[in-house]
Write a protein that binds this ligand. Structure first.
Ligand code: DX5
Ligand code: ZN
Length: 220
């Protein structure tokens, strides 16, 4: 399996200093910047849109891993791609035609991901696995940072790992929600290779970020 990548979720950053916070986690060893986009409709919270993604793009060269928790999602794909997203991940429930949405993401020139809510089975993405660059297993119900890891999702991570390995392609398996130094080893041994973490990274002030990120890596 490929190296484990750490994707700090800026949902837990200080929004008044977003550019500086991104630069700080980049300097502290982050691999992706995870951007949680919420619409107050698909999920019960409102966060940021393409204008903010564009504004923070210059803070780092790291890939922007943009998690779209919005419905409808199709009308916004080109705008997020133009704003500087490198990966766009959508929820199958956010549109009527997941395959069409994934094609639109690829046509926009960015990598395509699909996210599975805790109650959504892995089988939903099986028919489109060849169109995916990333599968995101949600280990909390989307909407807020700082929630507790739902352990039943470990079995789904294992199932998705097998599904990915059967393709023989290099598809990222990302896990998002309640990932910390205690849950990270379980998530990694279940087969994940990208760990999203918000509250476990953005705590203790900037000087703690490097240690917070290091604590999530295998063997920490
Ligand atoms: C939840 C978001 C997550 C969240 C993770 O809807 O998708 O990315 O910010 O936060 P923690 O790591 O605090 O659970
Ligand atoms: Zn997320």
């Amino acid at each position: 399996m490929s190296r484990v990548l750490i994707a700090p979720s800026i949902l837990s950053a200080d929004f008044a200093r977003l550019g500086a916070e991104i630069a700080a986690v980049a300097a502290a060893g982050a691999d992706f910047i995870h951007v949680d986009v919420m619409d107050g409709h698909f999920v019960p919270n409102l966060t940021i849109g393409p204008m903010v993604v564009k504004a923070i793009r210059s803070a780092t060269d790291l890939p922007f891993d943009v998690h779209l928790m919005i419905s409808p999602v199709d009308p916004y794909i080109d705008e997020f791609a133009a704003a500087g997203a490198n990966i766009l991940t959508v929820h199958p429930e956010a549109g009527a035609h997941l395959h069409r949405t994934l094609q639109a993401i690829k046509a926009a020139g960015v990598k395509a991901g699909a996210a599975l809510n805790p109650a959504t089975p892995a089988s939903v993405i099986e028919p489109v696995i060849d169109d995916l660059d990333l599968v995101l297993v949600m280990s909390v119900n989307p909407g807020f940072g700082g929630q507790s890891f739902i352990s039943s999702q470990l079995r789904k991570i294992e199932a998705v790992r097998k599904m990915i390995d059967r393709t023989g392609r290099d598809i990222h398996l990302e896990v998002d929600g309640g990932v910390n130094a205690d849950t990270a080893p379980k998530v990694i041994s279940a087969g994940a290779d990208v760990l999203v973490a918000g509250s476990a990274v953005f705590r203790g002030g900037e000087d703690a970020y490097a240690a917070n990120i290091a604590a999530l890596r295998p063997g920490a």
